[in-house]
Design a protein around this ligand. Structure first.
Ligand SMILES: N[C@@H](CCC(=O)N[C@@H](CS)C(=O)NCC(=O)O)C(=O)O
Length: 234
């Protein structure tokens, strides 16, 4: 038992963002798997966090919501010495927060809209919303690819909170809108993210659940559990 409890689900992109940070910062947390489709559990969770969104960190009884705030909290109060995801320098920190926000707003949000659409009954699908979300992803890819030319990471020289947001956001986004062949900087960045140990460990935790992901048709076979028959499909 630690003083920290993380309410989460391994499939959730925002939970993955925090799980990557927890791993990077070398922090022990007790993980509590959420099932928000259970009405009682949802009601209890809403009492803890009025938005009802996951993840939620509880630190000695104090709820800390919102993925970026959770990461800042963990960095400030619990990171192992020498581990950092937000630089000390205020301007460098601002740059990290900017890219964290750009991934949340311009990649996570349209990606979630596309997932939400797939979860609706056929008759309630929103083709205009889907087209807008796809366009949103395409324009985000374009400016991100330009920014990445000559860079390894989004902000500064090190893996930061921006990459914690980028990895799950792009992981799911490409299942709906693949990168264009000319977006080589973004594609190389994606492979760097997927090869990063903290990201790879987080994806490994989610692997048994990918068969439930509504956009699994676009997910590369390499990410499925090798024992799952879907990993062998063409
Ligand atoms: N701004 C929030 C977004 C969190 C969010 O959208 N979480 C999704 C899962 S990835 C969620 O809780 N969905 C469940 C629901 O809306 O009922 C954050 O950064 O933590």
């Amino acid at each position: 038992m630690t003083s920290l409890t993380l309410h989460y689900h391994p499939l959730s992109s925002y939970c993955q963002k925090v799980l990557i940070a927890v791993d990077m910062l070398g922090i022990e947390v007790d993980k509590r798997l959420l099932n928000l489709s259970d009405p009682e559990e949802r009601a209890a969770y809403l009492a803890l966090v009025p938005t009802g969104k996951m993840p939620l960190l509880v630190d000695q009884g104090r709820p800390v919501p919102e993925s970026s705030i959770i990461i800042e909290h963990l960095q400030r109060h619990h990171a192992r010495p020498g581990r950092t995801l937000i630089p000390q320098d205020p301007d460098a920190a601002l740059d990290v927060r900017l890219w964290d926000r750009l991934f949340d707003v311009y990649v996570m949000t349209p990606m979630q809209a596309l997932t939400a659409d797939l979860l609706r009954p056929e008759g309630d699908r929103d083709s205009l919303g889907v087209a807008r979300a796809r366009e949103g992803l395409s324009s985000a890819y374009a400016f991100m690819d330009r920014h990445l030319e000559g860079r390894t990471w989004m902000a500064g020289d090190a893996f930061s909170m921006a990459e914690c947001a980028a990895a799950p956001a792009l992981f799911y986004a490409v299942t709906y809108v693949p990168f264009l062949p000319q977006q080589v900087h973004l594609a190389a960045f994606f492979e760097r993210l997927m090869g990063h140990p903290s990201v790879a460990r987080t994806i490994d935790q989610a692997r048994p659940y990918f068969k439930f992901y509504p956009g699994r048709g676009g997910l590369s076979r390499r990410f499925f559990d090798p024992d799952d028959p879907i990993s062998k499909e063409g």
